[in-house]
Design a protein around this ligand. Structure first.
Ligand code: ACO
Length: 435
């Protein structure tokens, strides 16, 4: 991976004769980036960018987003083409290795992943330590983190083969961990993975199957699940991925890094949004209450957000939301759900919001989570599992980004700076002299 020098930018400190010239770098696509690494050395100045909205933290060859044009590419391939023609495991191969697999490579990869789907039997006992009503994301953080204890001593992150095996283990085991978190919460027996099923099929089987009944796969639903996994597989340097990279930059165990990513994903501003969309729709109750809700959202003092709307990067439309909307209709048709009040409300909400100046001016459009919650609900997946499904899908993205980080010779420990606004240096005052 190499960006190219495309020019330079001169920074002059007003009112002084101090200035420096910084290189401008260009990638394959996207805006030029000022390389500010020597800014502090030359001028004694840091840059300030809370939320890192204007800062590139790494070079990456994995995913590209053009937020103004609504473009999302995995390794150069448009998300629409992958969602239409590919399957999740092929996308995993692509994200991890950079190219689509040949037939033989796909088969070997499939075998490699299925070989690792079972959990160490001792991990099963971890579940008993959680309260029955524990949020499954809390269980995910705990159990994925605990995998570090099972695969630490024999894991050298500087060995490419061991990194490859860690990637297989993570991709293969997260559906099992996730499904068991769900089964635990409803008191049903854990189902062991079935390697004769596809990735999405097996996941649905472990979620919905019971030992007492023969499991019947619905190809439309497993295809919808596969598509949801593809759409969520990676999204460049978002909050959870940056968390994985930051943890990974210290040389930490990859399972611990992914657990950190899961924790970051959990928040309602990130992966928790699809769960929040359904809660929001349920609270609104019926379409006639939407205008009142929208005025609340627009009121600065209310702190109410239209969940499933807005994105840090997409300022035109979220290409994943478009595919999700189509999938949503397919799933509802397959399940014979003609009048889904939540979907009707979502459509009405979308219509009102998209014609409202507040949302137009701020370029707020439905994001991927606006529709995914409705699909998952229709498929019978409980709301608390929504973010878990997101974590299952994103694991491959996190692992690919972690692997890229470790293989990048220019990587250093992540360590942002700050503007200190606290007290200036002062002397300690003994307690009897205070006040
Ligand atoms: N509802 C109402 N107003 C909003 C929303 C929203 N969903 N999103 C942003 N705004 C407003 C902000 O209040 C702000 O208004 P102002 O300029 O008058 O102060 C303006 O739009 C810009 O918003 P920012 O907060 O600067 O946008 P940012 O890029 O920081 O946040 C985020 C992006 C976190 C996704 C935000 O839009 C949000 O909270 N959306 C709802 C949660 C959600 O759906 N998250 C899922 C994201 S997709 C994902 O993680 C897969």
């Amino acid at each position: 991976m190499t960006s190219k020098a495309t020019g330079s930018i001169t920074v002059t400190v007003e009112g002084s004769n101090k200035s420096t010239t910084l290189p401008l770098l260009g990638g394959t696509l996207g805006p030029q980036v000022a390389d500010i690494r020597k800014l502090y050395g030359d001028l004694g100045i840091f840059t300030y960018d809370p939320g890192y909205g204007a800062t590139a933290s790494c070079e990456s060859t994995i995913t590209y987003i053009d937020g103004d044009e609504g473009v999302l590419l995995y390794r150069g391939y448009p998300i629409e083409q992958l969602a239409e023609n590919s399957d999740f495991l092929e996308v995993c191969y692509l994200l991890l290795n950079g190219e689509l697999p040949t037939n033989g490579e796909y088969k070997a990869f499939h075998k490699g992943v299925t070989y690792h789907t079972m959990l160490h039997e001792q991990l099963r006992r971890f579940y008993d330590g959680f309260r029955r009503d524990a949020h499954p994301m809390a269980i995910m953080c705990g159990v994925v983190g605990a995998m570090a204890a099972f695969y630490h001593d024999n894991l050298d992150i500087n060995d490419a083969e061991q990194r490859r095996i860690a990637a297989f283990r993570l991709i293969a085991k997260v559906p099992t961990i996730a499904a068991w978190a769900y089964k635990y919460s409803i008191g049903q027996p854990f189902l062991y993975p079935r390697n004769d099923l596809g990735y999405a099929e097996n996941f649905l089987y472990m979620l919905n199957g019971v030992p007492a009944e023969e499991y019947v796969n619905n190809p439309i639903l497993s295809r919808a699940m596969d598509r949801i996994l593809i759409l969520h597989a990676d999204h460049e340097q978002n909050a959870s991925t940056s968390t994985v990279r930051l943890a990974g930059s210290t040389g930490a165990n990859p399972f611990a890094c992914i657990a950190a990513g899961i924790a970051a994903l959990w928040g309602p501003a990130h992966g928790g949004a699809n769960e929040a969309v359904l809660k929001m729709l349920a609270e609104i109750g019926s379409p006639e209450n939407i205008p009142q809700f929208i005025s609340e959202v627009k009121d600065k003092n209310s702190h109410t957000k239209l969940m499933g709307f807005g994105h840090r990067v997409y300022k035109n439309f979220d290409p994943r939301a478009k595919i999700m909307k189509e999938t949503c209709h397919e799933v509802l048709a397959e399940l014979g759900i003609k009048d889904e009040p939540l979907l009707d409300m979502a459509m009405e909400m979308e219509r009102i919001a998209l014609s409202d100046d507040y949302f137009i001016q701020r370029k707020l459009y439905p994001n991927v989570d606006f529709y995914s919650g409705i699909i998952l609900k229709a498929m019978g997946i409980p709301t608390s599992m929504f973010t878990v499904l997101f974590a299952v899908a994103r694991t491959v993205g996190w692992v690919s980004q972690w692997k890229e980080l470790i293989e990048d010779p220019s990587q250093r420990i992540g360590r942002p700076r700050q503007i200190y606004t606290g007290a200036a240096a002062r002397d300690f005052v003994p307690v009897d002299k205070r006040g």
